[in-house]
Design a protein. Sequence first.
Lengths: 369, 196
Amino acid sequence: MTRQTGQPTPDALDALSASWDALVAGDQPGDAGTGEPLAAVARRLHAADDTPALAAPARARIWQQILGASAPAVGPGGFTSNGHADSSPARDEALLAPLVVNPRPRPVSRPRWLAAQLATAALVVVTVGLAYLVSTANRERTSETPRIPAPDVPETVLAVTIPADYFPTWEVAATELARYAFPAGASAMTDITALRVEVVVSGAYSVRSDGPSQVVRAGKVSVEDVPTGTTTELGEGDALLAPPETVSEYTNAGDLAQMLTWSLFVNDRSASLARGWAFLDGDMRTGLKPQPGATALHLQRIVLAPDSTFPAPPDALQLSLVWTDSADDALTRFDLARTTAGALRNLGDAPIAVYVVTVAAAASTSLMP
Amino acid sequence: MRATLGGHPEVVSTPLDEAAQIALAQRDPRAFAPLYERYADPIYRYCHRRLGDPEAAADATSKVFIRALAALPRYRHGSFRSWLFAIAHNTVVDGWRTARSETPLAATIGHADPSPSPEEEFLRADAGREIRALLATLPADQRHVVELRLAGLSNQEIAAALGRSVGAAKMLQARALTRLRSHLETASAQQAGPTR
């Protein structure tokens, strides 16, 4: 039941699909006219599948983890931000790669920190300039060489240096780039201890913290210090930096807001960053050992064409997530994969918008005056 | 029906259809238990086929259900199984690493976990190897379809989970089987050895 081209006919595809549907449903598949050899391969696959079942202890342990993760909703007062307390350091040495590679943690003075900000800004300008040149060169070569899928020019959303004293001294930590929604008219409050960088993607809201924090306005590289107890309005593109012990209260008097957050927290994240926000999607790494030091955070937005890749920088941590227009689709996108070399790759057949955060030791120390 | 999850207070549920269980779980995470009971094994086996390691598969399974429970309030309609496997697919593909997450101390209390014998270790490591070797011969998109078939999904559910059209899913599975058939025939011929 194939065409002359070797392609199966629609009828053959339908029959094979129906046969396999019956097989997985536990019914006796009717194979008449279904391309029996292929149906037989399907049966053989199922017969050969001796993948083990989930053992009872693991099943119970996972259920505990699920309940632990949902603890705030299960009962008031029973939840701690460290519900999955780290009882032992991660054993896998590969996972103990330092979050930042600065080997000599030390306090950063204000002038040095300002210099770091300026250096970061300079790096961004150089990066964008180089990207433009590469883009131009690619366009000029288009008429001469076959087109190779390449990513569009990354757009810098935020480039900031996180002060060294913002970093905790935890033995083992986890980090996540996450997408949250903040419903219209809602209020929220920080719910876990985490070093946070929050970027408003859409909407606006106000925030007040019980400790000092910093704000970077949209398109800016300069940092505003926000004194304790000051209410600050955040709009699209604005970013908030807050050290781990800072508790923030949020009020959204406008429409639905959406945020991207980068956070560093103890072990596994077992709750939303803020009670009142809705978690939509996230990319998390666990088993990291934070090493205090001024750290450069670079958040980029990129549109990846099908089959194109976005490289992973050396000596840096990179997290990413696909941005879907509809928040409802946030958890069902599967097109983004990571190659063995660490690069991001679009496996799908349509372009995807991807947010990528890169975290690395601030490279500016040698540029300090 | 009383469903007991080892080491925990009993979780009581009444015989409800899946939609009603989901609606309950959207309001109370404890009501998620019957859904976890139903899908824990298929999700774990799916992750095991993808990752090839029991511990990594267990970690990924945990992540899948935690993500699912977090996203459950936004679940509206369609096949719950498709939705759950879409999260599983996304979780594995997007790189929840094979990290062995630290086991909460409390989780180890009350669970006898005798060390397996060498024979059991061997069998555990070997289980699923053949199927993974077969799947490894397929391109990624075809493999994804077959993996979801092995997890018990219908063609329509697979299309929904992978964000493909039903027709595309049919075509991918046909191509996958054609390729596997060729591979199996080649392997059989090689096992038979050269003929004079």
